[in-house]
Write a protein that binds this ligand. Structure first.
Ligand SMILES: NC(=O)c1ccc[n+]([C@@H]2O[C@H](COP(=O)([O-])OP(=O)(O)OC[C@H]3O[C@@H](n4cnc5c(N)ncnc54)[C@H](OP(=O)(O)O)[C@@H]3O)[C@@H](O)[C@H]2O)c1
Length: 293
């Protein structure tokens, strides 16, 4: 079924995901804070909306995909915001990793307008987004998920569904708590191996033969080899995910000391001016520390 979709936030993940919705035949209106980032989609037939409100008005579904919960509030609120454009029965779906508190609050604000909210955080890389191979965890009311399903299948390899937006948000934070620990442990191991004269490529080879193998080490190991720190997933966003996991843990009474250590390392990287580099650059931060010794 062809849906009329509004899409807000055309960054690393949002742009290719919106493009896949367009390629699947859905009618697309787009808005991005920096208008030039919408040019590619507009040149391929998407309608450029003047405001988030206009982007949300008269659509079957409105997608948001921005940096964090504050950016989400910035596009939702105010006279030109998404919420002002929603009508009774509309569906708002948020792809942002915005955390549990945000999921609950946005669901309540959408509900107050008679609209339905689905928190739908994304698992996967920029490449997965381009190839419509991301994994989605959609949490929200059944009828809203049903309406969205054709669009969600068009952008993903797998779709998990839950009834509660806050649980979908929590699921994403839990997965990224594991991912953050893996990425920092990998950076640490690369620097330790290098300090002893072991090439990172050999480390990846052996790691991949072990029970701890992961596509993450292949992907990021290649970037480490090439010293390619162009952002696929920015360190600043990865740090935000650990912050959100800690906030959720504090509310739920869970202990997350590993996430705390990971966040500290990511904060150190951001402080060293690496916030806009890819998470693969965490390995380079460790290498820099080793070189300075
Ligand atoms: N990159 C990944 O591999 C990955 C994977 C899974 C999940 N995620 C999550 O997906 C979300 C998007 O990530 P991304 O990598 O696409 O981020 P990104 O490339 O940094 O893009 C961020 C987007 O948010 C917009 N934005 C930021 N602050 C804003 C504000 N105050 N008002 C309006 N718009 C604002 C940006 O607009 P401008 O263009 O104007 O800056 C841009 O469109 C994040 O929550 C991230 O954690 C990312």
């Amino acid at each position: 079924m062809r849906l009329r979709i509004g899409f807000i936030g055309l960054g690393t993940m949002g742009e290719p995901i919106a493009n896949n919705l367009r390629r699947a035949g859905h009618e697309l209106a787009v808005w991005n804070r920096t208008p030039a980032r919408a040019d590619h989609l507009v040149s391929r037939g998407a309608k450029r909306a003047a405001t988030p409100r206009e982007c949300a008005s008269g659509r079957d579904a409105v997608f948001t995909c921005v940096s964090d919960e504050r950016a989400l509030d910035a596009v939702l609120d105010g006279p030109d915001g998404v919420l002002a454009g929603l009508r009774e029965g509309d569906v708002l779906v948020d792809l942002t990793t915005a955390g549990v508190t945000s999921a609950r609050a946005v669901a309540a604000r959408a509900d107050a307008r008679g609209a339905r909210f689905v928190a739908c955080p994304v698992l996967g890389s920029k490449t997965a987004a381009e190839q419509a191979q991301v994994v989605l965890v959609a949490g929200g009311p059944g009828p809203a998920r049903e309406r969205l399903r054709p669009a969600l299948h068009a952008i993903s390899a797998r779709l998990f569904e839950l009834d509660d937006p806050a649980q979908a948000a929590l699921m994403k934070l839990c997965v990224n708590a594991v991912g953050g620990a893996m990425m920092t442990a990998f950076g640490e191991a690369v620097a330790l191996a290098s300090a002893g004269g072991v090439e990172p490529s050999r480390l990846v080879e052996v790691l991949q033969a072990s029970a701890f193998h992961s596509p993450l080490y292949l992907m990021k190991g290649e970037l480490v080899q090439k010293k390619d720190w162009a952002p696929r997933f920015r360190i600043a966003l990865a740090e935000k995910d650990q912050r959100l996991a800690q906030e959720a843990a504090a509310e739920l009474g869970a202990q997350v000391p590993v996430s705390e250590a990971v966040r500290e390392l990511m904060a150190a990287a951001t402080e060293a001016g690496r916030g806009d580099q890819d998470v693969a650059a965490l390995a380079d931060l460790y290498l820099e520390w080793t070189r300075r010794r």
